[in-house]
Design a protein around this ligand. Structure first.
Ligand SMILES: CC(C)(COP(=O)(O)OP(=O)(O)OC[C@H]1O[C@@H](n2cnc3c(N)ncnc32)[C@H](O)[C@@H]1OP(=O)(O)O)[C@@H](O)C(=O)NCCC(=O)NCCS
Length: 161
């Protein structure tokens, strides 16, 4: 028996003002602890040395916003300030595709690698970053204020993009 896995049709592009409305819906579908306020997302449209990307999937005859990637230039490293994929579209490789964009931006700007922070209890994301080659550099106490209280973060780096 053969199984075929359909590759979803997708595109990755820079975020625009018009994406903020569907972005509000996407943010609502993420777990509260991983949810940025919409005004933070809106500010990313104008950040110097920052780049906001979105991923659309083709669904029911139109493009739908299904993921995003927020990048900040921080010294020699490109910092992944936020990355998320709509829960309905996770596990289809979109996270990896967004990560490839981050690497391409870092390479294009001659940067040494990628960095990010993750909540210690976000085990799925943590394992995923480790599989992608990120290494834990340090633990940062009380980095996040979540609906459950303050939580530590892990600072991770991927060298050699
Ligand atoms: C982390 C995140 C961006 C990954 O996006 P994604 O589109 O699911 O990523 P991919 O499909 O490329 O990879 C998912 C991996 O998790 C695995 N996985 C494990 N459990 C899974 C599940 N229940 N559903 C989907 N994938 C699952 C997949 O097999 C895949 O493994 P692989 O990379 O070794 O093949 C996404 O889970 C997400 O948006 N999480 C919520 C927000 C978040 O935690 N962001 C990070 C904040 S630091």
């Amino acid at each position: 028996m053969t199984t075929t896995r359909r590759t979803p049709r997708f595109r990755i592009r820079r975020m625009q003002e018009a994406d903020l409305l569907p972005m509000a819906g996407l943010l609502q579908r993420l777990p509260p602890a991983d949810r940025w306020p919409l005004r933070h997302m809106a500010a990313e449209l104008h950040r110097p040395l920052g780049w906001a990307w979105v991923l659309d999937v083709w669904e029911a005859g139109r493009w739908r916003l299904a993921g995003y990637l927020i990048l900040w230039e921080q010294g020699e490293l490109l910092h992944i300030a936020n990355i998320a994929v709509d829960p309905a579209h996770q596990g289809q490789g979109h996270g990896r595709r967004l990560m490839r964009v981050a690497k391409a931006v870092a390479r294009r700007r001659g940067m040494k690698g990628l960095s990010l922070e993750v909540r210690v209890s976000n085990l799925r994301a943590l394992r995923w970053y480790l599989r992608l080659g990120f290494q834990i550099r340090r633990r940062i106490r009380n980095l996040y204020q979540t609906p459950q209280g303050w939580e530590d973060g892990l600072y991770m780096v991927l060298e050699h993009v």
